[in-house]
Design a protein around this ligand. Structure first.
Ligand SMILES: [Zn+2]
Length: 162
């Protein structure tokens, strides 16, 4: 780190502290050349990828939007707000894990479907029916088939576990 006062090539770190929120590091530095002191902050950068829609337009990722679509799919279903929030966090972690600047909306849709499938089968179908364009009817039929045996199993065993 160059000294901002005399441009000396190296500075000495006097003190290092992690912020209360734990997301940044504060360093107190001293220039051995001019003896001036200054502080630097290092922030962990977590940038979610931009969503590329089917028509090629780009949209910033917005948590409230993702949350709203999950809530809509899960309307009147027995799933807690906490479980929805946890699903949103998992989707964000996966998006961050991709390590890319842009991601196609289909990829996001798949991540949402995977979470809904775990949370609630009805919500999964609701979302999938809106999300998938149904150009392929067989695809939807497959989806129904995927869910039916599970519902039957639920009645027999009295369990919603997969
Ligand atoms: Zn200096």
């Amino acid at each position: 780190m160059h000294c901002p006062f005399c441009q000396h090539a190296d500075t000495q770190v006097l003190d290092t502290r992690v912020s209360e929120e734990g997301d940044s590091i504060r360093r107190r530095r001293r220039c051995p050349e001019c003896d001036k002191r200054f502080t630097t902050y290092e922030r962990i950068e977590l940038v979610l990828p931009t969503i590329v829609k089917k028509d090629g337009s780009r949209q910033e990722y917005e948590r409230p939007k993702l949350n709203a679509s999950l809530m809509l799919a899960l309307r009147k279903r027995p799933v807690s707000a906490e479980a929805i929030e946890a699903a949103v966090v998992r989707i964000e972690e996966k998006l961050l894990g991709l390590g890319v600047r842009e991601v196609v909306s289909q990829r996001l849709g798949e991540l949402v479907m995977r979470e809904l499938k775990k949370l609630d089968k009805i919500a999964y179908i609701r979302f999938a029916s809106v999300y998938r364009s149904f150009e392929d009817v067989d695809e939807f039929a497959d989806l129904i088939k995927e869910v039916r045996p599970l519902r039957r199993a639920k009645r027999e065993r009295g369990s919603s576990k997969e």
